[in-house]
Design a binder for this molecule. Sequence first.
Ligand code: PMP
Length: 459
Amino acid sequence: MTNLRTTKDWQAADSAHFLHPFTDFASLAKKGSRIITKAEGIYLWDSEGHKILDAMSGLWCVNVGYGQQSLIDAATRQMKELPFYNAFFQTATPPAIELAELLAEVTPPQFKHVFYSSSGSESNDTIVRMVRRYWDVLGQPERQVIIGRHNGYHGSTMAGASLGGMSGMHAQGGLPIPNIVHIQQPYAFEHGKGMDPDAFGKLAASWLEEKILAVGPEKVAAFIGEPVQGAGGVIVPPKSYWPEIQRICDKYGILLVSDEVICGFGRTGNWFGCETMGSKPDLMTFAKGVTSGYVPLGGVMVGERVAKVLIEQGGEFNHGYTYSGHPVACAVAVANIKLIQQLKLVEHVREDVGPYLAEQFAGLRDHPLVGSVDTCGLMGAILLVKDKAKGLPFPGDLEVGMVCRGHCFGNGLIMRAVGDRMIIAPPLVMTRSQIDEMMALIRQALDLTLADVTSKGWL
Ligand code: PMP
């Protein structure tokens, strides 16, 4: 079908009818979308036949890479057998049960139960209702407040966007909803310049305790955070941060929620980011990597502390989605998790390609534009700065990150810009030689960006 229409045809129909997420509709209509038509392994192809290395795994989700036959077969088989049945009214389907069992096996030991959704946003919406319900059942209904972080991302629904700390999202539609407050993120470049990382991690965690005391500990229900902030720019916190957050949550008895939508399913070199960062959450949200993005699925892993209360004392929980436990999505997730196990992708990231990527990124520090680099497993960020010695950023309105992103796209590399942080989260199946290939494209894009900003007199 794709061959019957030209790129221009697709672009015209696209701008006539399709409103894209997080997009300035008018400006995209002028430019025209890039039309992606196929994919294999870590590569995409556009409608003009260009091959592109996808260093973002789609949208942080295609962990096993594109074209995995076992996932395709699982979907096909399940569609033929039973394409849909719900989990309402005391029914269940085999794939939803099998996946629940498998999730209990691969998640940390406190998790034995799952509540399904179809996305990260829906999972985090579920969190708001579930933690408030938990405290209600325990006779502490005044515990309503959930603490998130500035620049955190937890989705785009009313509750998801409220839990997140994206100011641009809060500015539209009267967010955040009541009883959601935020603390500053653990980003050393902005909030801990010149500090010892360990001391900064503890300082950043202490902002949680400050907020708990300001709100009143008896009113706080939960704290939510991504182990590594993804959409905020791959902000890797100091090692001391999460254990200290855990200590503070324990001290006040508040629930700890780990948003594993990006960090889950091997991304950080363990099955879940909380294992890499050293926390023991009561609840975990997941999506993306659970099916490697082949079909939509999300959910909440409910730890024993919460599950026991909801199961033994809770009565009916008035919450759920038509697609909670969708059999096709669950069948694909089972195949995906089994493939991650079979290919030993978690170990591959932890012991091989993760450390290799860290080494390669460290090698970028000699580039005149690179102020700092961070990696955690197979996610990474390169901060572009105006003055390395002084650690001076470029003025934000120059949008140097977007200039660099343009050169990446031009070179056949998908890398994302968050301000002036250039970020990657490539498929976990990536090999060392593919990392070499990606690094050559990154260096090329950095050099072209340097030439650009030099000629514009921005340095
Ligand atoms: N949480 C995190 C950490 C995310 O990165 C995202 C999506 N990027 C979400 C939640 C929301 O997921 P979705 O877009 O599937 O609703």
